[in-house]
Ligand binder design. Structure first.
Ligand SMILES: [Ca+2]
Ligand SMILES: [Ca+2]
Length: 107
């Protein structure tokens, strides 16, 4: 009868093949981010990703330029969620209380 074959669920928060530009070691650092902070970082990322395509690029906003410079590990002109989480993990390793500041300036 009417059995619809629709199981296509996109799991953006799982490291997937086309988002795996980071080495296993780097992914390991991401794994070590405490769950609550990780959620916060993901939220931060998605706030910055204005067009919601899963990458921070200049298309999202002019402020993205310095963000790209600081966080674009593989130099492809976009910061993926994994890249951002890795940077965040590195910051956390230095300072366990580190939090991303300001989401796009004041005013
Ligand atoms: Ca974007
Ligand atoms: Ca990149």
């Amino acid at each position: 009868m009417g059995c619809g074959p629709s199981n296509a669920v996109v799991q953006w928060d799982q490291p997937s093949a086309n988002n795996a530009s980071l080495s296993a070691a780097k992914m390991g650092m991401i794994e070590e981010i405490p769950a609550d902070k990780r959620e916060l970082f993901q939220q931060f990322f998605h706030n910055l990703d204005k067009n919601g395509d899963g990458h921070i690029t200049l298309e999202d906003s002019p402020w993205a330029a310095p963000f790209l410079e600081a966080n674009d590990i593989d130099g492809d002109g976009a910061v993926s969620l994994n890249e951002w989480l890795f940077i965040a993990a590195r910051k956390l390793a230095d300072d366990p209380d580190w939090l991303p500041s300001g989401t796009g300036g004041r005013g």
